[in-house]
Write a protein that binds this ligand. Structure first.
Ligand code: NOJ
Ligand code: CA
Length: 717
């Protein structure tokens, strides 16, 4: 339902021109009136926006505008032609997601502006105020005096009202694979990222630049998250901080010749999103980024299936086998060779395991020629995406998988030779269809070709969308590694199930890894834009199990790996460890077998960025709930209130928890499994080990369960 009001301001504004200070021109509030935006215009025509939350300033008066390279213009002062205000309230159903329904409720204000140099240029500013956020974008309507134009800079400011605490990674044109820093704004120093030599390609461009989603907390306890939504045909936005006044400015990723974006009217920018709450849980629950994206562009979505998969994958990361047919290990200093992982017999073993335990698919990496020519080379013609290695019988494996009712998940490592990938894409998808494959994991390791382009520049943003469209047209689901970080486009392309675009679990196998707080930060940062293929489920925590000299390890307990299936939302979840590591711990593996990947409801029970997260989710079309609770390096008691059950009838809760002496470093694999009855009145207190977690499945109790188990009672001290 929409209401609309158009205010013509020509008269009023001509009066403002004679006043030498900024005049408030209009304000707009969220439906619940807690967020209020004020707009002002100075005598020179500079337009500012400011945001208050609960009557406290959150963004101080900040400017808007652009620098163009063609035509050469600085769009920094405007006449206000008209203000158009509407409100909107509807509810829609995602193809898959964290909740069955999503409400899209906001007030919108459009400032129709005109910039006059020699000829007038029309520019509209579109603002939406939600109960939990503000989103705004620039729109250039079709107009006689502006057709094609080149953006040199977007001059959007976000002026913070204090030296907030922030969770950040260095501003970068190519990589998001950094561990998070947690500092005040004044202590931001992106050069720390230079120490992360384990990241294949990175381009840190300014010591004061950080990436979005940027999570902040004010000393008054207000949580502020800045990101963007619907990033299409435009470069990604980093944020450049001026520490003297806590002012962020948009810093767009440049192209090979230093321009930022090439646009043609009518054109819009992505939405700039500022999510605000005094409860951390509300940040995680926000649907604003999805709401700002367009509805599904895919006709039939029947082929899209949220799912769990296993894969010939971790064994390469732990150095047990290789991608390369010759057995050479990527990046390894060792001269010793290992077996080639993607051989027919080994893949059959994974297919058998998937079929036995109910996994939908088996990812196979290293099946195709090119890996021998892969790492660190800035060249074309590495992979053709259709030629298997001699020990990989693609036809026989397709038949075997079909017989076992399992799909093989294709892998396309592009080596960032993207022109090469675009030349081969059609053939590559045709091969997949021929062999019954309907999902592909792609990857962009290395420096981009066309040379000089960046992973997050406009050229690549258009490429990722082209892949989303091309795969959708073929009925293929896609999971991208090393793409730009997501901005909610999975609403428009629901076949684009997941992305990596952050520091995944794999870093624990071969680098200093991900500190225990990492997974308590990711949902507040990277996951704000969309699901992550984090690859949870590692049971053999220490890499010394593969080679006694190895010091690397996963920085969590085993139970925290289970809890990640709930706290790290994705419709595509890998059971990432080796079949043999699961075979020896089948009782704990049961949780991974049971856990769902698509949900009717989600309740954020406890949350604090960098400290802890507890979430309960209701599996789609069932009464089965799953709970995950994680902590950082501190042990803590998770307080789980089961009122989400809405029902006094008993449920059987199977609790997978850290052993009393559990510890991510000293004793990470020790766990206890307990079964108890619970109902909507149960309040559970569970100890999480340092770096630990708890996973709970909560299913309606059968008559037998009711006889066998007793109700949960809190332990007496
Ligand atoms: C990096 C990806 O994140 C990882 O999952 C993959 O195995 C390698 N690249 C090889 O493509
Ligand atoms: Ca990666």
């Amino acid at each position: 339902m929409n209401t609309r009001k158009l205010i013509f301001l020509n008269l009023i504004l001509s009066c403002f021109n004679y006043i030498s200070f900024a005049q408030q021109i209009v304000s707009v509030s969220s439906p619940d009136a807690r967020i209020k935006m004020n707009f002002s215009r100075s005598a020179q025509g500079v337009i500012n926006y400011a945001i208050n939350f609960n009557n406290q300033p959150v963004i101080a008066a900040s400017t808007l505008g652009f620098t163009f390279n063609e035509p050469k213009l600085l769009l920094d002062h405007f006449d206000l032609i008209a203000i158009d205000s509407t409100s909107h309230d509807d509810t829609w159903q995602p193809v898959w997601g964290e909740t069955k329904f999503i409400r899209n409720h906001y007030k919108e204000l459009v400032l129709q502006l005109s910039f006059t140099d020699t000829k007038p240029i029309k520019l509209n500013l579109i603002f939406r105020v939600y109960d939990d956020a503000v989103a705004f974008r620039y729109a250039f309507p079709e107009q006689p005096d502006l057709q094609h134009f080149v953006i040199a800079d977007e001059n959007t400011q976000f002026i913070m009202t204090g030296n907030h605490m922030a969770f950040w990674i260095p501003g970068d044109y190519d990589s998001n694979e950094y561990p998070y820093q947690h500092t005040r704004l004044s202590a931001i120093d992106a050069n720390v990222g230079k120490l992360n030599t384990e990241i294949a390609v990175k381009t840190i461009f300014d010591p004061s630049a950080v990436q979005t989603p940027l999570m902040m907390k004010s000393d008054d306890g207000v949580y502020i998250n800045i990101h963007e939504a619907a990033l299409r045909n435009y470069p990604a936005m980093n944020l450049l901080l001026n520490k003297t006044n806590n002012t962020f400015k948009a810093a767009l990723v440049p192209d090979a010749v230093g321009n930022k974006a090439y646009l043609q009217t009518p054109a819009v920018t992505p939405w700039r999103t500022i999510i605000i709450s005094d409860r951390a849980a509300d940040i995680l629950a926000s649907k604003t980024i999805l709401n700002c994206n367009d509805p599904s562009a895919i006709g039939s979505t029947d082929f899209i299936k949220p799912q769990k998969f296993v894969g010939v994958w971790w064994e390469m990361h732990v150095g047990k086998s290789s991608w390369d047919y010759s057995g050479e290990q990527v990046g390894s200093q060792q001269s010793s060779k290992v077996p080639h992982g993607a051989n027919t017999a080994n893949v059959k073993r994974y297919i058998d395991f998937a079929a036995k335990h109910g996994f939908a698919s088996v990812l196979v990496e290293g099946w195709n020629t090119g890996w021998e020519d892969w790492f660190g080379k800035w060249k074309e013609d590495v992979f053709d995406f259709v030629t298997p290695y001699p020990d990989y019988d693609i036809a026989a494996l397709a038949a075997y998988a079909k017989e076992k009712n399992v799909r093989i998940m294709m892998h396309h490592e592009t080596s960032s030779s993207v022109t090469n990938y675009e030349r081969h894409m059609d053939k590559a998808y045709a091969l997949m269809k021929k062999y019954g494959m309907n999902a592909v994991k792609s990857g962009y390791v290395g420096k981009i070709i066309p040379r000089g382009e960046h992973h997050d520049g406009q050229w690549m943003i258009r490429h990722y969308e082209r892949v989303a469209k091309a795969t959708a047209a073929e009925g293929i689901m896609v999971d991208m590694h090393e793409p730009v970080r997501p901005t909610g486009l999975h609403r428009t392309y629901p076949n684009w199930l997941a992305c990596e675009a952050a520091r995944g679990n794999e870093f624990n196998a071969w680098s200093s890894g991900n500190p225990p707080e990492h997974e308590t930060i990711l949902p507040f940062t990277r996951l704000m834009g969309g699901p992550m293929d984090y690859t949870p489920g590692i049971f053999t925590i220490k890499m010394s199990a593969y080679n006694k000299d190895k010091k690397e390890q996963v920085h969590t307990t085993l139970c925290k790996q289970l809890a990640l299936y709930i706290t790290m939302y994705s419709p595509l979840q890998m059971a990432a460890d080796l079949p043999e590591n699961y075979e020896s711990k089948m009782d704990a593996f049961q949780f991974i077998k049971d856990v769902a990947t698509d949900w009717d409801d989600t309740k954020i029970l406890e949350a604090e960025p960098g400290d802890y997260i507890t979430i309960a989710r209701l599996q789609k079309n069932t009464q089965r709930w799953f709970v995950g609770a994680i902590t950082d390096e501190q042990s803590r008691i998770a307080k789980i209130n089961f009122s989400f059950l809405n029902n006094k009838a008993p449920y059987l809760a199977t609790i997978y928890k850290d052993a009393p002496d559990g510890d991510w470093k000293e004793n990470p694999e020790a766990y206890v499994i307990q079964k108890v009855l619970v109902n909507s009145e149960t309040q559970m207190h569970i100890k999480l080990a340092p770096g630990g977690g708890t996973a709970i499945s909560v299913f309606p109790a059968t008559d037998e369960d009711k006889k066998m188990y007793t109700y949960y009672t809190a332990k007496k001290k």
